[in-house]
Design a protein. Structure first.
Length: 123
């Protein structure tokens, strides 16, 4: 049994916790689809039509913002997720159901725990 900051851990649990934290410093890449023309990808052409047909805003990544998201994702533990503000100068966009396009202001990302992250830009 290990006691750390008033928490008791079995040795196996503590080793897993250390491994999880060590994993935060490794390179995390976007899911491959985001570098291409799949949903939310940098070359995705169906964003405006999808927003209109589904009635929900649809974000589209820029390469620059994928790099930023990779930096954020590696600070998350496996399967952890959250919303994060985009830095000034970001170039991802959000297609709205009314046909308008607005700059993305934040992103939602999840560290998949496999060396990749899942996510999308949003308003």
């Amino acid at each position: 049994m290990i006691i750390h900051r008033w928490k008791c851990w079995t040795i196996a649990d503590y080793i897993q916790k250390i491994a999880k934290n060590a994993n935060k410093n490794t390179s995390i890449k976007p899911e491959a689809k985001y570098k291409g023309s799949k949903k939310h990808g940098v070359n995705w052409k169906e964003g405006p039509a999808t927003a209109k047909s589904e009635g929900t805003p649809q974000g589209q990544w820029s390469n620059k913002d994928l790099d930023y998201a990779s930096e954020i994702a590696k600070k998350l533990g496996a399967r952890e997720s959250g919303y994060f503000d985009l830095p000034p100068g970001s170039s991802s966009v959000v297609y709205k159901p009314d046909g308008s396009t607005v700059p993305a202001k934040r992103i939602w990302i999840r560290n998949n725990g496999t060396g990749t992250f899942h996510g999308y830009p949003s308003e």
